[in-house]
Design a protein around this ligand. Structure first.
Ligand code: NDP
Ligand code: GDR
Length: 371
């Protein structure tokens, strides 16, 4: 019998990779998408199956984590063996602008899923994965961070996810539910949302070397993150739900890199070396040398500047994870180094913007871009 999975946040980066993985494994995959005035299914359009055909293995339902009735009905209809709760307002900086909404979706949304499963009497049938995060660690207490490191979140997003983490643990203990927290460190890919720093950098680097943008404006260049590849991380999510016992796991690479070094690596992918000068808000990134005849920029050109609007009221300075438990119990290893991640993202964005430039030069300037 095929297993059935339900994914919230299926239209996001992780939702797309996870849906692909589960379909490959023979699952019937259901996903919850939000109604939007414009299409929001770009990342999963290649998985679409005509619902009029027989044996459809991929199905989308309209829904929202703010709506408990809707969630309960979908769970009752779908009868999932596994629920992956990936839906969230996932942008840390934006959570300072929308703190209550973030608490409702990222915190209470998790409760709504757990409570629906409990009220429907499905606690023995349905296993639940909760998308927890390294943002729980926040202010550095211990390096590297493990499952035992104390939490100290530093944003409304982190605090909402703290509630979600503990309500998942509580339902596991109170009602013997198979519910796990994956404490995932930052993971990126060519499908990463355009306003997260890595994708912002690879998009801007591509546009700058193609002559489509002048400058990349960033906030804190000193922040350090443990960046892995989303394609690796969704495999760990699945593995957690295949174990005999429900537990919480850290998923990380164990390597940390500053935002400044990520910028250097992105430009290096296209043969441009950068040097950074100045301090704090006056720091700039300048072209030091170009070794690729295809992508030439004037030596000394300023390509990176600081815009204080990207600074956060409270920042998470440094994250580095210790995934020993995951390696030992789940036999999981990341397969992409930071260099391979940057190369993958740069190759995809160069291709994307070469295509856009071609269309633009031909008078078909239809695409928008975000900062
Ligand atoms: P994305 O921002 O790419 O995707 C978030 C998904 O949640 C989208 O499908 C979005 O829908 C959906 N969503 C947002 N609000 C609601 C809502 N009110 N109701 C239902 N769905 C909603 O995030 P990622 O794929 O990167 O991350 C997946 C999960 O993992 C998130 O919970 C995130 O917080 C968490 N996480 C991510 C990490 C990372 O580095 N990527 C690390 C650790 C945790 P729409 O497309 O319509 O906006
Ligand atoms: P993060 O990711 O906050 O770690 O949350 P993000 O890429 O937004 O920021 C990483 C670091 O880069 C610094 N930074 C900037 N960030 C953005 N977005 N834009 C900028 O211009 C910029 N300049 C510097 C930030 O200050 C920060 O220190 C991500 C999300 O996916 C969460 O959902 C997830 O839980 C965590 O990763 C783990």
């Amino acid at each position: 019998m095929n297993k059935t999975a339900l994914i919230t946040g299926i239209t996001g980066q992780d939702g797309a990779y996870l849906a692909e993985l589960l379909l490959e494994k023979g699952y019937i995959v259901h996903g919850i998408k939000r109604r939007s005035s414009s299409f929001n299914t770009d990342r999963i359009d290649h998985l679409y199956q005509d619902p009029h055909e027989k044996n459809v293995k991929f199905k989308l339902h309209y829904g929202d984590l703010s709506d408990p009735m809707n969630l309960t009905r979908i769970i009752q209809e779908v009868q999932p063996d596994e629920i992956y709760n990936l839906g969230a307002m996932s942008h840390v900086k934006v959570s300072f602008d929308t703190p209550e909404y973030t608490g409702n979706i990222d915190g209470l949304g998790t409760l709504r899923i757990l409570e629906a499963v409990r009220l429907l009497g499905m606690t023995d049938k349905t296993r639940i994965y909760q998308a927890s995060t390294s943002e729980l660690y926040g202010k550095v207490q211990e390096v590297p961070q493990t499952e035992k490191t104390p939490f100290y979140p530093r944003s409304p997003y982190g605090v909402a996810k703290l509630y979600a983490y503990w309500i998942t643990v509580n339902y596991r203990e109170a009602y013997s539910m198979f519910a796990c927290n994956g404490i995932l460190f930052n993971h990126e890919s060519p499908l990463r949302g355009e306003t997260f720093v890595t994708r912002k950098i690879t998009r801007a680097t591509s546009r700058i070397v193609l002559g489509m943008q002048d400058t990349l404006f960033l906030g804190n260049l000193d922040a350090k993150r443990d960046w892995g590849h989303a394609n690796d991380y969704v495999k760990a999510m699945w593995l957690m739900l295949q174990q005999d016992e429900p537990e919480d796991y850290v998923i990380a690479t164990g390597v940390t890199t500053s935002v400044r070094d990520f910028v250097r690596m992105a430009f290096a992918e296209v043969g441009i070396s950068l040097t950074f000068e100045g301090e704090n808000e006056n720091e700039t990134g300048l072209v030091k040398a170009c070794s690729n005849p295809e992508f030439q920029l004037p030596i000394g050109k300023v390509v990176v500047k600081i815009d204080p609007k990207y600074h956060r009221p409270t920042e998470v300075d440094m994250l580095i994870g210790d995934a020993t438990k995951c390696r030992e119990k789940l036999n999981w290893e990341p397969t992409h180094s930071i260099g391979e991640l940057v190369a993958d993202m740069m190759a995809a964005d160069i291709k994307l913007f070469q295509k856009e430039k071609y269309l633009k030069d031909g008078g078909h300037d239809t695409l928008k871009y975000n900062e």
